[in-house]
Design a protein around this ligand. Structure first.
Ligand SMILES: *[C@@H]1O[C@H](CO)[C@@H](O)[C@H](O)[C@H]1NC(C)=O
Ligand SMILES: *[C@@H]1O[C@H](CO)[C@@H](O)[C@H](O)[C@H]1NC(C)=O
Ligand SMILES: *[C@@H]1O[C@H](CO)[C@@H](O)[C@H](O)[C@H]1NC(C)=O
Length: 260
């Protein structure tokens, strides 16, 4: 009986905690980038079961995977041959209509920028790549942020070390003789509530942290009281054992005891 009760409490608290933690709802893009060359293939999948990939393009709004585009396979969707018409905003949506964070996907003829699809954490390293479909090519690429030249990389890859909020912006790259990539927005989210920055994001993360904290407190209280109850029963059982005979019978009695 006691074991059942502990199990029930654990289930309850796990449910409480999991509902307060931010759920993924995310769209996973493979390969992980938001710019694609024509004829590339891409796999889009929702991190939550039962969610579906949707998109808006300039020609058609609110189309789910399989409805005129993509090949649907459960919560995943694949496009085997990207064309201009695939340029648009993509997101995951539940049957109830809840929508996850959306991602802009672009298709380019010759040059693309490879950059993180999702917001990156402050302090992380971010690697940018510049890729061209033209062969043979010189890998050396120029990188730009908000229209300002930030460096040339002979390898075509640039690493931004320990990014801060100021790294947020619109990036593009250029390969001489091949051309320029489209623009992609890179967003940086704060790890701890920073002193400055965009208030909505900070408030949201503070609020969810506070909710998690509250539920942790509730969980601890449940846990402590359960431990107390178990130890009280144990003590009673030990008392019984000393007055009666020292066998395992009392343990069995404890396990079969109906709840008070
Ligand atoms: C997609 O298009 C619909 C209809 O125009 C619009 O209401 C919705 O906000 C768009 N979704 C995104 C993520 O842009
Ligand atoms: C590649 O381009 C860079 C910069 O434009 C240049 O300095 C370098 O010599 C080129 N390399 C080759 C092999 O052409
Ligand atoms: C996505 O594209 C829309 C329309 O072009 C733009 O307003 C929005 O800022 C873009 N979002 C990101 C994250 O790049």
């Amino acid at each position: 009986m006691e074991g059942r009760r502990v199990q029930q409490l654990l289930c309850l608290t796990v449910t409480l905690i999991s509902t307060t933690l931010p759920s993924p709802q995310g769209l996973k893009v493979t390969p992980s980038r938001s710019q694609f060359l024509k004829e590339d293939s891409v796999s889009l999948s929702c991190e939550e079961d039962g969610w579906t990939v949707w998109r808006n393009t300039s020609r058609k709004k609110r189309r789910s995977c399989g409805d005129g585009w993509g090949k649907r396979d459960g919560s995943s969707c694949s496009i085997s041959y990207m064309i201009d018409w695939d340029i648009g905003v993509y997101w995951c949506e539940s049957r109830e209509g809840a929508a996850g964070r959306s991602i802009n996907i672009t298709v380019a003829d010759t040059v693309i920028l490879e950059s993180p699809v999702h917001p990156v954490m402050e302090g992380q390293d971010v690697t940018l790549g510049c890729k061209t479909s033209l062969q043979p090519f010189n890998l050396s690429a120029d990188f730009f942020k908000d229209g300002i030249f930030i460096g040339t990389e002979p390898t075509g890859h640039m690493t931004l070390h320990h990014v801060s909020r100021s790294a947020e912006g619109l990036y593009k790259c250029n390969i001489k003789g091949s051309g320029e990539s489209p623009l992609s927005w890179i967003s940086v989210t704060g790890r701890a509530p920073p002193t400055s920055g965009s208030p909505p994001v900070n408030m949201a993360s503070l609020e969810s942290a506070f909710r998690v904290f509250c539920h942790l407190v509730v969980f601890c209280l449940y846990f402590i009281s359960t431990l107390l109850m178990v130890s009280i029963y144990r003590q009673r059982a030990t008392g019984n054992r000393m007055t009666n005979q020292p066998t395992h019978q009392s343990d069995d009695r404890l396990n079969n005891r109906p709840a008070d």
